[in-house]
Design a protein around this ligand. Structure first.
Ligand code: GCW
Length: 697
């Protein structure tokens, strides 16, 4: 059966489809635009014509045209269609949106811009054609808007087809083969194009034996996948194993300074680009959680990355080199090692040593995609390195797409975080988004004066699978949508992005539906935080699959994720004065702010400090009372979410509603389990009763 249309149901095209529309210009993506418009006008009774750039188009209500050096298309309003005025870095994908007396012209310098202009009009619907005259230029914040798939070709014995996938099987692979039928991938590519994603890595960063062969023997299958994405302006990347010269090439080393190794990679890259001329590049997880890397040869990560970078450089290829490097065989008795420090300690000394086509891809937090972490200090620490911010759309640690958790607010907060005090005449030091995109006030970075451009952009782990709704929980579609939109414009308000998603997903639905979705999702990130691990302490999940509570599940393991709860208190002392020193990895003022419990923000207190249960938060509550209160309130909020949705569930597609109800039942069960285990655990540890005498087991 056909998968759910997500944010592109046919009705989302009603405003375009009922009008007289002209598409003018060449290029593969202009062809895609023309097909979309032709289908929409056929469905809704409008008229479609395909013209040459500059042909007369009297009467058109919507013109989607490439810019020409000639005069503007005759009779088009507004008449003056001049070249798009944006910075050269982003000129490729920008478009100009002009409205005069209700007629719209979208003009772009490339066919990619035309495609994004089309979806801009789709998103606005009737509103695109209403309102005062307008002349706006739209350009993405960065040209690197990427999704990483942790999909395996062979189903992995413990991780399954998609590592940390909660949406069924892979859309690319089915038990050992690339699917013969890639129509699902085509639908996916179209959804991604509609939110502006333009790079996709198609296999897991943990590269197992079979998956490694995508680079060589199975390259033909990658060619097929790339052909599908190409029609939607998306370039394909592969995750590769650093040991490939040994495992695939039969060499006895993968030492990055070995000539034969370097040559092996040069030949491998040449074959890939010969087969896929617009191939994007390689993603590498090296020396991390058992993956091979340069450390085995006493080499640095810059040695490793630069060797690969040289191999792909002739083709303008990129190396996305992940900074997720830490000791996963730590002894819990060893209090001097702090996993949170690891990425900075490994990578900061290498700033400036990476080649221009290497992007160091940094998880947003120093630990691992927890519901609450401080922003990774690595993002600020490498001004001479292209940094990509890595987010996790798949909800590994945020409810695994069984819980309704809208991550837009979390990402927006991360993207807007500033490492330094406001500087510069017009205020405002660079935000995380500025640092990842090389825009804004980045050149005023107080540490260095300038920021290297182009920057590394954004990457995130995708949350889709072959599930009917793509994402398990239908509301998790909103996360994929929001990620794309925030890559395009990191300053967008996540609530407004949710409105876009609602408008597209439920076209024509009564306002009550949108209000209910907001009631469910607006504070859902905070709600999830309330009933799970408190105050930034992290990891209290069940080991292995990471779902549900197990407070001490990781406490005596080698993974470096400890909370140190005892009868007196809880938290990790990461101060410089008495702890692991992690707080010192931040520039001022954050190093001072995080250093002391008296200035550390409440929500991160236990990330930075070990405090007694009686410690009084800025909120005025003790830590122990905060734990009880948030856990009771979190479950009450889930009940309220379910109540809010029940009022409108009959107004939307019954299958959608049915799936939402199933997931709500599980979310309530799970939230209750979290509440009861956490409250009981801390009552037993602390011996301090709840001030409000609620039931704790
Ligand atoms: O969060 C952890 C996950 C692993 C993942 C790893 C990573 C792909 O539990 O499944 O491996 O992060 O980001 O590499």
């Amino acid at each position: 059966s056909a998968p759910h249309p997500a944010w592109l149901p046919d009705d989302a095209f009603a405003a375009i489809g009922s009008r007289r529309v002209v598409v003018a210009g060449d290029g593969a993506l202009a062809g895609t635009v023309a097909e979309e418009v032709a289908a929409a006008t056929a469905r809704f009774g409008g008229a479609f014509s395909r013209l040459e750039v500059g042909d007369g188009v009297a009467d058109a209500e919507l013109v989607l045209t490439l810019a020409s050096s000639d005069a503007s298309p005759a009779d088009v309003s507004p008449a003056d269609v001049s070249p798009v005025g944006v910075s050269p870095v982003d000129a490729d994908e920008s478009f100009r949106f002009m409205r005069e007396s209700g007629a719209v012209v979208v003009q772009a310098t490339t066919d990619a811009g035309l495609l994004y202009g089309l979806f801009h009009v789709v998103r606005r619907g009737e509103a695109a054609f209403a309102g005062p005259d307008a002349d706006e230029t739209h350009a993405p914040a960065t040209d690197l808007r990427m999704l990483d798939h942790w999909d395996n070709v062979d189903a992995h014995p413990t991780m399954g087809q998609v590592e940390r996938g909660y949406s069924g099987g892979s859309i690319f692979y089915d038990n050992g083969f690339v699917r013969a039928d890639l129509s699902r991938v085509e639908r996916y590519a179209r959804l991604l194009a509609a939110v502006g994603i333009n790079h996709v890595a198609i296999n897991n960063v943990n590269v197992h034996a079979h998956e490694a062969r995508l680079l060589t023997d199975d390259l033909g299958d990658v060619v097929r996948i790339a052909a599908v994405f190409r029609r939607w302006g998306i370039r394909v990347h592969l995750s590769v194993s650093f040991a490939s010269p040994i495992t695939l090439g039969g060499l006895d080393t993968s030492d990055p300074l070995d000539q034969d190794v370097a040559h092996w990679w040069v030949r491998a890259a040449a074959r890939v680009w010969e087969a896929i001329p617009d191939f994007g590049g390689f993603v590498v997880k090296a020396d991390s959680e058992g993956q091979p890397g340069p450390f085995a040869y006493g080499r640095t990560h810059a040695d490793g990355a630069n060797m690969l970078a040289a191999a792909v450089e002739p083709f303008d290829g990129l190396i996305h080199w992940r900074a997720f490097v830490y000791n996963h065989r730590q002894d819990w008795r060893d209090r001097s090692t702090d996993r949170a420090r690891a990425a900075f300690d490994h990578f900061h000394p290498l700033d400036g040593a990476f080649s221009d086509n290497v992007i160091v891809q940094v998880k947003y937090g120093p630990l691992d995609f927890q519901v609450r972490e401080p922003v990774s200090p690595v993002v600020a620490a490498m001004p001479h390195t292209r940094i990509a911010l890595e987010l996790q759309v798949t909800q590994e640690y945020t409810g695994q797409q069984k819980h309704a958790v809208y991550l837009g607010p979390q990402w927006s907060q991360i993207l807007g975080f500033r490492f330094w005090e406001p500087v510069g005449r017009d205020g405002g030091s660079p935000t995380v988004a500025d640092l990842a995109t090389g825009r804004g006030k980045a050149s005023e970075d107080p540490g260095t004066g300038t920021w290297r451009k182009p920057a590394g952009g954004f990457a995130a782990v995708s949350n889709v699978g072959d599930d009917e709704f793509w994402t398990g929980h239908p509301f998790a579609q909103a996360n994929l949508y929001a990620y794309g939109r925030l890559c395009w414009d990191p300053t967008l308000d996540p609530g407004a992005v949710l409105d876009e998603w609602i408008g597209l997903t439920f076209p024509g639905a009564p306002d009550a539906v949108g209000q209910a979705v907001h009631a469910v999702l607006d504070r859902s990130w905070e709600t999830y935080e309330q009933y799970t691990a408190p105050l930034g302490v992290g990891f209290m999940v069940r080991p292995g699959h990471h779902y549900g509570p197990d407070v001490d599940g990781y406490e005596y393991t080698p993974w470096g994720t400890y909370h140190f709860a005892d009868r007196d208190g809880i938290g990790v002392d990461r101060s410089v004065r008495t702890g692991t020193g992690y707080a010192g990895q931040y520039p001022s003022p954050w190093r001072e702010t995080y250093e002391s419990p008296s200035t550390c923000p409440d929500e991160l207190l236990l990330f930075f400090h070990h405090v007694p249960y009686t410690h009084v938060l800025h909120s005025g509550k003790t830590v122990i009372q905060h734990i009880y209160d948030t856990h009771f309130e979190g479950v009450a909020r889930v009940e309220a979410m379910i109540e809010a949705w029940s009022g409108v569930s009959k107004l939307v597609d019954p299958r959608f509603s049915e799936r939402v109800s199933e997931q709500f039942a599980e979310q309530l069960r799970s939230a209750t389990e979290w509440r009861d285990q956490l409250n009981t655990y801390f009552l037993r540890k602390s011996g301090t009763p709840d001030a409000h005498h609620r039931r704790i087991y």
